[in-house]
Design a protein around this ligand. Structure first.
Ligand code: 9UX
Length: 72
């Protein structure tokens, strides 16, 4: 099955940032769905925990130059 992870994402200042972060998330193995909101700095990611962990997702966002933290 899949789990839902919520992340705060800092450093996004325009809509292209949102597209960039969504693209990064959607290309990660094990990520089924990713939605990022600029106004709230929140990202929701549906993922397969047998393939990828929440920490891996945080690291991928940070590797792209944004700040990320786990909400739940
Ligand atoms: Mo917009 Mo974001 O010009 O990394 S793409 S600030």
């Amino acid at each position: 099955g899949t789990l839902l992870g919520q992340f705060t994402i800092g450093g996004m200042t325009c809509a292209a940032c949102v597209n960039s972060v969504e693209g990064i998330l959607r290309n990660l193995p094990g990520v089924k769905r990713a939605v990022v909101a600029l106004a709230t700095s929140l990202g929701e990611v549906e993922y397969d925990p047998t393939v990828i962990s929440k920490d891996d997702i945080v690291k991928a966002i940070e590797d792209a130059g944004f700040e990320a933290a786990l909400v739940q």
